[in-house]
Design a binder for this molecule. Structure first.
Ligand code: C2E
Ligand code: MG
Ligand code: MG
Ligand code: MG
Length: 283
């Protein structure tokens, strides 16, 4: 809105309204038609259990083939959120993830669960009903869906958000607290019982070997989570040394380039198949 005020001073309020509306309308139209035309795609990144090495599941991460260019979420999610289009995208992400879980089941490839990212700021009362309907329509077990929430923006209605997560928890849908340790996360959030897992931010993980403060902070958070029964998942693990340090601290699961970058569904399906074969061969 800062930019809008600046335009206002130079062009007058009427031009501002028209210009802003047009800009937002055309972005909304582009997102809507992009969703319809299949320009959006979910990539999948494996999450592995540290102890057993087994696949915990995938995190689904959205990509946009916008005018023929592959665009990363950092370059369009903020505008989607500020334009009030989160619902539209969230619904598509939830539906696509559920349909993919159902498709994998039909194909006989085992994928325990998929985690999707939703903006915590956008949680609203219709979410439990929407998710419930999608799960029924696709026949997917709610325990196979996890929702990652991050606090990049302040939550508008914290009480409502707690109620919504409670309802979804009751249905069997799990939650994880994303980006813990990044500038936006709040230690207080760990007090609420709604999160089954805490995702330790990449900035911590990258400091684990060289920064005493990061290492002790991680150790403390992992111990705390363990003692209250919350799972810990390390994000952005890139080296075997980082993985070893996390294992030694008792971290439960990890994801990162050391295993695989987020990949299109065909590669993810191949990953599931190969993992299955390997598991069978070694037993
Ligand atoms: P996030 O949920 O914390 O996702 C982790 C990000 O770290 C992903 O970036 C992933 O590609 C990247 N990453 C994974 N392993 C490594 C690693 O070893 N090293 C490094 N350097 N990076 C790694 P991506 O896919 O660009 O997503 C960025 C953020 O955009 C996500 O952070 C999430 O907050 C948001 N996002 C992604 N997909 C969605 C979506 O469908 N809906 C919403 N609302 N937000 C999304
Ligand atoms: Mg995430
Ligand atoms: Mg689960
Ligand atoms: Mg994260």
């Amino acid at each position: 809105r800062t930019r809008a005020r600046w335009v206002c001073w130079s062009d007058g309020p009427e031009d501002l309204d028209r210009g802003l509306l047009m800009r937002e309308d055309s972005f909304a139209a582009e997102v809507a038609s992009g969703l319809k035309r299949g320009e959006f795609e979910l990539y999948y990144q494996p999450q592995l259990e540290i102890g057993s090495g087994r696949l915990r599941g995938f995190e689904a991460l959205v990509r946009w083939h916008r005018r023929g260019v592959l665009v990363q979420p950092a370059d369009f999610i903020p505008q989607i959120e500020s334009s009030g289009l989160s619902d539209m995208l969230d619904n598509w992400v939830l539906r696509t993830a559920c349909e993919q879980l159902a498709a994998w089941s039909r194909q006989g490839v085992h994928c325990a669960q998929v985690a999707v990212n939703l903006s915590a700021a956008q949680l609203h009362g219709e979410l439990p009903a929407t998710v419930g309907r999608l799960l029924r329509e696709t026949g997917v077990d709610p325990r196979r869906l996890e929702i990652e929430l991050t606090e990049s923006v302040e939550i508008a209605h914290p009480d409502e958000a707690v109620e919504i997560t409670r309802q979804l928890n009751e249905m069997g849908v799990g939650f994880s607290l994303d980006d813990f340790g990044s500038g936006y996360s709040n230690f207080l959030r760990l007090r609420s019982a709604q999160f089954g897992a805490v995702k330790l931010d990449r900035c911590f993980v990258s400091g684990v070997l060289y920064n005493d403060y990061d290492r002790e902070m991680l150790r403390t958070v992992i111990q705390f989570c363990r003692s209250v029964g919350m799972e810990t998942i390390a994000e952005g693990v890139e080296t075997p040394e980082q993985l070893e340090a996390l294992r030694e601290m008792g971290c439960d699961a990890w994801q990162g380039f050391l295993c695989a970058a987020p990949m299109p569904v065909e590669a993810a399906t191949e990953f599931l198949r190969t993992g299955w074969e390997r598991a069978n061969a070694s037993s």
